[in-house]
Design a protein around this ligand. Sequence first.
Ligand code: 3HC
Length: 284
Amino acid sequence: MEIKTVGICGFGQMGTGIAEVSAKAGVEIIAYEPDQKFLDKGLARINKSLARAVEKGKMDETAKTATLENITGVTDVNALVDCDLVIEAIVENLEPKIELYEKLDGIVKKEAIFASNTSSLSITQMAAATKRPEQFCGLHFFNPVPVMRLVEVIKTISTSEAAFEAAKAFGEKVGKVVVSCKDTPGFIVNRLLVPYLLDAIRALEAGVATREDIDNGMKLGCGHPMGPLELTDFIGLDTIYYIGEIMYAEFKHGHYANPPLLKSMVLAGKLGRKAGEGFYDYSK
Ligand code: 3HC
């Protein structure tokens, strides 16, 4: 099945990023966000990102206009009825995701594929809440979506080969390099990335080095664009904490155990860039 129209549920950082790259590739996007305020905020974020691309000479005004014309924002979930693919990128919590999929299952045409952008929750459990588990997979994008070249396409034991191939083709169509993975907490990237970030926090907690030296060590010693503490601030300390909890619950391995420093910072609201403070101060 060729994917021409895509519904996006949740118009935060990930949803808007996915909408932007897809619309730029000529896919018609219907972005669903129940609150008009969040919808407007998401559209403004895409506008700003495209304006930046024009400014940098990566895109011309005509392409910007065409991209924006491919995106329709809606506050009524029923508008997703004719989508070929629906990608969910709402809050990282199983309960609201399952509630949304149950609703979508009764609305969206039977042949459509459902995909979750979850970073660590069970795709199989979400698929089981619908009557179309064979048309259900994971499509995990990376932040910032317009820049990061990867998408993980996740196949459960129920996903059909046809749905999996269509999802992979969609990932390629929107300009990403596709890697395939089975449904397991953290998939490929977070399975490796999260223990590394948690270890960096443990090193800071143990007084091994300063935050700057830990970050410079990995940036200059290993060529990473950001050090692990900077990257944790960028992703969000609450997000990393949450993924750590899910992975520890599954694997029961100390690699995935959240260090007390991370827990204290999350409880204190020092969530990283989005909060103005994390391992570093962003208030200025
Ligand atoms: N949207 C569009 N373009 C953006 C952007 C955004 N939000 N942020 C940066 N860019 C572009 C800039 O326009 C610039 O393009 P150019 O080189 O063509 O001029 C380029 O990216 C570099 O940006 P900057 O010069 O502003 O800043 P940096 O050089 O510091 O790069 C960064 C910023 C791209 C974020 C870089 O630091 C980086 O790659 N960091 C690592 C990010 C990462 O690891 N992400 C994955 C997180 S894990 C995840 O998402 C999974 C989840 O489940 C937890």
